[in-house]
Structure formats: C-alpha cells, structure tokens
Write a protein of this length. Structure first.
Length: 181
C-alpha cells in the first residue's frame, strides 16, 4: 500500500515521522502497515496511534482536535515569512510533524511552508552542500571561524546539537535551524 503524499513532508519514512508497524490506527481502526511517530497535540494520548492516511485526509485532526505541529511555530513564531492560513492548517493538521529537542519550528520561504527534509548533522549537511551549511550557519548566527568549526563538527543527526533541514517548495532554496537538548 502506497503512503499518501504530503507536500510538506514528502518522505515521512525517511524523516522518521512514520514507521512500519502492525499497530491499529485509533482513528480509522485499521492496521495499514505504517504508524505516525511524531508529536500529537491533543487532549487524547495518541503516541504511535495514528496512521498516515488519517493524518493526510484530516480525519485524525478532526476526530481528536489534534495538531501535529504547533501552528505558531510555522514561520518560527513570526521570525520567518508568514504564510496563508490554509498553509498553516495543512502543515499543522494534515502533515506528519517531527520531533525536536525543543519546540519544533517549520521553516517558511517564498510565502509558503517548506518541505521537511529531515534532521541533519555535519555529515548530512556536507552531503547537501554549501547552501545547506550556510542555511544552518545563518540560523546560528556564527560566521566562519573556530567557534563555527567547533559547532559544525559537533552537529549530529541523532544527537545534540542537530539541524533541521527544509527545502522551499517554490524555489528549492534550503533553510532550517539548529537545536540542542
């Protein structure tokens, strides 16, 4: 069974937001082979309990009044570009979110939310190239030098500090931010 398409998290398995599972979805009651593992903001306890299809069609959000990304974090609480309300609704209510060390933020660019590529350490940033490195460097506010080199060497996809990398859905620019425990 093919996963639903998510404009703003195009590969939720690669980002770790969705995993293979035999768990039954608490929304539709079906076992579909995949389950969402990211954050759920709801009065219900829904950890590892929703299938990607119920997130995609909005039924999980509607049934449990759930969001998967803090709405105010889309655009970094006003620090990045604002986006239309329908984009905020799609990211927060119909897109798999991701887990961060602190409160997650969703990068915006060109008047739209960007696509989440995933967590990144220095190895992954090197793979994506100079544009990705500069994007995270700018988010930290460090210029080239020993302090940046030390921080960059410490970046770890699965540790702390880590970077969260996004790609603009319109111009394909890379952006994101860093976080640590």
């Amino acid at each position: 069974m093919n996963l639903p398409e998510f404009k703003y998290n195009p590969d939720p398995v690669a980002t770790g937001s969705v995993i293979e599972s035999d768990a039954k979805c608490e929304c539709c009651g079906q076992v579909r082979g995949y389950i969402y593992t990211g954050p759920v903001y709801s009065l219900e306890e829904l950890e590892d309990a929703l299938c990607p299809w119920c997130i995609s069609d909005g039924s999980a959000s509607e049934k449990f009044d759930a969001t998967f990304t803090d709405e105010a974090g889309i655009g970094d609480y006003g620090a990045w570009e604002s986006v239309p309300d329908h984009v905020v609704a799609e990211v927060s209510r119909r897109t798999p979110g991701f887990c961060g060390w602190q409160q997650e933020r969703w990068w915006t660019h060109c008047g739209d939310a960007a696509a989440f590529i995933g967590r990144a350490g220095s190895t992954e940033l090197n793979t994506y190239g100079r544009e990705a490195i500069i994007a995270i460097q700018q988010s930290i506010g460090l210029s080239d030098g020993k302090e940046w080199e030390k921080f960059f060497a410490a970046l770890d996809k699965d540790g702390s500090p880590t970077a969260y990398l996004f790609r603009c859905v319109k111009c394909e620019a890379l952006g994101g931010y860093h976080d640590c425990d």
